[in-house]
Design a protein around this ligand. Structure first.
Ligand code: ADP
Ligand code: ZN
Ligand code: ZN
Length: 814
């Protein structure tokens, strides 16, 4: 099927270098090697991993180096993805080899290790007499077989100096090889047990056997493990029963629901008129090829059902489907519903998987075993070919933006990948991003609007309460209006559930010395520490720094510290005291560090074992719990006051999402929104749950100040441990940016450089940070400008421990 490569191949190496390189492919590899393969190549004095991109073009000089080894038996990604990777590298100004390395499952890198071996080809093996004692031992050990440095040191029971090994390598006695350990993980298997229809007569039915049979009679077939949970020792009994013909066993591959419940297959419902029209519209786009569609409809309006049916249409045409969801939504409904509809045809990629499981899923996709991939942000790199549909659910969610390393936006890349695949991309949201809605208004996206909820539930009623009215109260009372407290009480009386949203974890975020008034700050970051009561410690939420709360004021030594500010932990304590009979739980990053604790709390919530749930953003997204009838937003202003032009947009989305948690069941819901700025247009739009109103005001403000979507932005972040040197690099780079902009002035009048300025978070984890913000009318112009600035003629800026990071289309500018 594929044509063998000619001897010269283009390779991207997994190093921070920008060009690609040509290597020579030895005869014996040509049959097997193809685009998408990992290889081992010499690079300078090292050997590094590289990725075959394809045939090298043009005439090749004779001195080209050989590819040393093929690292995989099969290619890890289809060659259709190579243009996609190239696009990413160009657009985000990031080394191509690093783009590819980051896209591949990290489990692969774990399986890679250095192996030391005696060089079998060496013509002059060492004369034992000339060797030192240690060298002799090393040679003796390696003669028994190649091994890792760690094993060698264990065997010799002492460290082996790197210099010694290198000397032995230079003599040609020892070679260092990269080796790959094969994928060790396999799909999970389970044994299913079911009753035999006609059991043979005369088999003795003991009490235990009877118990097992009646369990199977009432619940149908069951995994052996599940039986074992109810009837101790069942495993061996069941196996005997199988031998006697009472039950039959079947080994199957299992996929478990994150809640541990079985997923029952479901059937597509008959579509509503709106949904039918929507699918017809998607199909029309699909006939033409590429097209971006904004699917906008409140929660419960049937968006997911549209994804499901559009996906079914797509796989019927033998094309593949990629579904992106924010990380947290995976845990709730979307994955579950796709599995219920498509069973084993679904592969899942998200950070909850172990590296082995992730690799498994990756290989299943690449082997074309799963035509539907659903996953979080990084699933945009899933090794699918022949993509026929891409879905981005909750497209407004900022979790699609990667904030370290390759700073990509998966939502934007979804459009790029769809264009390259010639297929539609559907972007769904109840609160579309300003960017996407603008694209619709400018005719770049088409739009499908779902105006009604399927079950005709009313949207919750939102009341705004002014926090200024209680600002003279003491302690937590300053943050809880009597109306909110009354509403919670009423909810408890009705045996319904309340969700209290507070966007700040910990106990108190303003620890202040009572003697001298000093705020306790993180020694590594420019931010105050947060007091955590249960841990009895002060912690920094940016770098993880922690110090015991028994410590004294660093300024005056006083031991008395006041804990001002309100965090979820303090709020939880207060509500527990205030409603002693209520079952109160808290969800935030502190309570969900342990794996599965998030799922445990959500499960308890679903089973009605929690009356009041307090939480941060985690509770805002996607969960669907019918018995929540009250949502309280403690302080709507905390995100609104961020020094970032998108803070209004983010606040509106957040408020709308939290409000959407109320009244998902038969009973109507209500929302109490507390704020210090009840007149703010964002608060008012959120109160009316009026996206159009929010958008109309917001877009006017963006246009006046020429912010996106009326311009493109690239942020340069200059960061280093030495404040003076970092400032120097920032100033040098800034000066050149201004000069270059002026030079180009005639042609690109609207290119605009701001900075360098100290970042709003000037210091994080001991690094000093500066920013230069560049704005321009077009992405291409900006890209050209920044690449000329960073990679053109002139001195390099990254030096002496100062780094320059490029953030194209930045979302957070702290
Ligand atoms: P959204 O994704 O917009 O929140 P869903 O697709 O989850 O909406 O639909 C909301 C609820 O309505 C779900 O319980 C879903 O199963 C149900 N539903 C969706 N479409 C239909 C339909 N055509 N007929 C009956 N029930 C439907
Ligand atoms: Zn003090
Ligand atoms: Zn810190």
């Amino acid at each position: 099927m594929h044509t063998p490569l000619t001897p010269y191949v283009e390779i991207a190496v997994a190093l921070p270098v920008y060009p690609t390189y040509t290597y020579h492919l030895p005869e014996e590899m040509r049959g097997q090697a193809r685009a998408g393969h990992r290889v081992l190549v010499p690079f300078g004095r090292r050997r590094v991993t590289g990725y075959i991109l394809g045939q090298a073009r043009g005439a090749q000089p004779p001195s080209i180096k050989d590819v040393l080894d093929l690292l995989d038996r099969e290619n890890l990604f289809p060659k259709e993805m190579i243009p996609f990777f190239r696009w990413i590298a160009d657009y985000y100004l990031y080394p191509l080899g690093e783009v590819i390395r980051g896209a591949l499952p990290s489990g692969l890198n774990l399986y890679e290790y250095n192996l030391l071996a005696i060089n079998a080809q060496a013509c002059d093996l060492p004369d034992e007499n000339t060797l030192s004692a240690l060298e002799r031992e090393i040679v003796a050990c390696l003669r028994k077989g190649a091994c890792r440095l760690k094993d060698l040191e264990n065997h010799l029971d002492r460290p082996v100096p790197g210099a010694l090994l290198r000397a032995m390598e230079n003599c040609g006695w020892v070679v260092r090889r990269k080796a790959l350990r094969g994928a060790r993980t396999r799909p999970k298997k389970a044994v299913l047990v079911r009753r035999r229809a006609a059991p043979p007569a005369g088999v003795r039915i003991t009490a235990q056997r009877r118990a097992i049979l009646s369990l199977l009679a009432s619940r149908g077939e069951l995994p052996l493990k599940a039986i074992g949970k109810e009837i101790p020792g069942a495993a061996s009994i069941v196996r005997t029963m199988a031998r006697r013909g009472l039950v039959e066993l079947e080994e199957t591959t299992v996929y478990r629901d994150p809640f541990g419940d079985p997923i029952l297959p479901d059937q597509p419902p008959a579509l509503t008129l709106e949904q039918t029209a929507a699918l017809r519209q998607i199909d029309a786009v699909s006939q033409k090829g590429f097209g971006a569609i904004l699917l906008d409809g409140v929660t419960g309006s049937g968006k997911t059902e549209i994804y499901l049916q559009a996906a079914a249409d797509t796989i019927r045409q033998r094309r593949n489907v990629l579904v992106l969801v924010p990380e947290i939504a995976l845990i709730s409904q979307t994955e579950r519903r796709f599995r219920a509809r498509f069973g084993e045809r679904v592969a899942v990629l998200h950070s909850g998987l172990s590296t082995g499981e992730r690799l498994d899923q990756w290989l299943r996709i690449r082997n074309r075993d799963a035509p539907i991939v659903i996953g979080a942000r990084s699933a945009i790199f899933a090794p699918l070919d022949r993509i026929g549909l891409i879905v981005v659910d909750e497209e407004h969610d900022s979790a699609y933006k990667q904030e370290t390393g390759l700073r990509y936006n998966a939502r934007d890349l979804a459009t790029v990948r769809a264009r390259m695949s010639g297929c539609p991309v559907i972007m769904g949201s109840a609160t579309p991003s300003v960017q996407s809605y603008f694209n619709y208004q400018r005719g770049k996206f088409s739009r499908i609007r779902l105006s009604q909820r399927i079950c005709d539930q009313a949207l919750p009623r939102v009341t705004v309460r002014d926090l200024r009215a209680i600002q003279n109260e003491r302690g937590v009372r300053k943050y809880l209006t009597p109306d909110l407290l009354d509403a919670i009480k009423e909810t408890l009386v009705n045996q319904e559930q309340a969700l209290i949203f507070l966007n700040r974890r910990g106990y108190a975020n303003y620890p202040i010395c009572s003697a001298c008034g000093t705020t306790l700050k993180c020694p590594h970051c420019s931010i105050s520490l947060t007091y955590h009561q249960r841990a009895n410690a002060y912690r920094c939420h940016y770098c993880g720094y922690s110090r015991s709360a028994r410590a004294t004021c660093p300024q005056c030594g006083s031991g008395k510290i006041w804990h001002y500010g309100l965090g979820t932990e303090k709020l939880e304590g207060f509500l527990r005291d205030f409603f002693p009979q209520a079952r109160v739980a808290r969800l935030d990053r502190d309570t969900t560090t342990r794996k599965n604790s998030l799922l445990r709390v959500l499960k308890k919530l679903r089973q009605g074992q929690i009356d009041i749930l307090i939480g941060t953003q985690i509770v805002a997204k996607g969960h669907d719990y019918p018995n929540i009838t009250l949502v309280g937003v403690v302080c709507a202003d905390s995100t609104l006051n961020f020094p970032d032009f998108r803070s209004g947009e983010r606040t509106f989305q957040l408020l709308a999402q939290v409000a959407g948690r109320a009244g998902r069941g038969a009973r109507p819901g209500r929302v109490i929104l507390q704020t210090y700025t009840p007149a703010h247009f964002i608060i008012d739009a959120a109160r009316q749950q009026d996206f159009a109103r929010f958008y109309a005001d917001e877009i006017k403000y963006r246009q006046e100040l020429v912010y996106p979507p009326f311009c493109r932005m690239t942020l340069l972040l200059i960061s280093g441990r030495d404040p003076a040197r970092t400032a120097q690099v920032a100033r040098d780079l800034g000066r050149r940016a201004h000069a270059t902009a002026t030079q180009l002035g005639a042609r690109r009048r609207s290119l605009h450089v701001r900075g360098p300025v100290e970042a709003a978070m000037y210091r994080v984890a001991g690094h000093y940070r500066w920013q230069i913000l560049i704005r321009g009318p077009s992405a291409a112009g900006l890209n050209q400008f920044v690449s000329q600035l960073l990679f053109g003629e002139g001195p390099r800026y990254e030096r002496r421990g100062v780094k320059v990071f490029v953030d194209v289309d930045p979302l957070f500018m702290m």
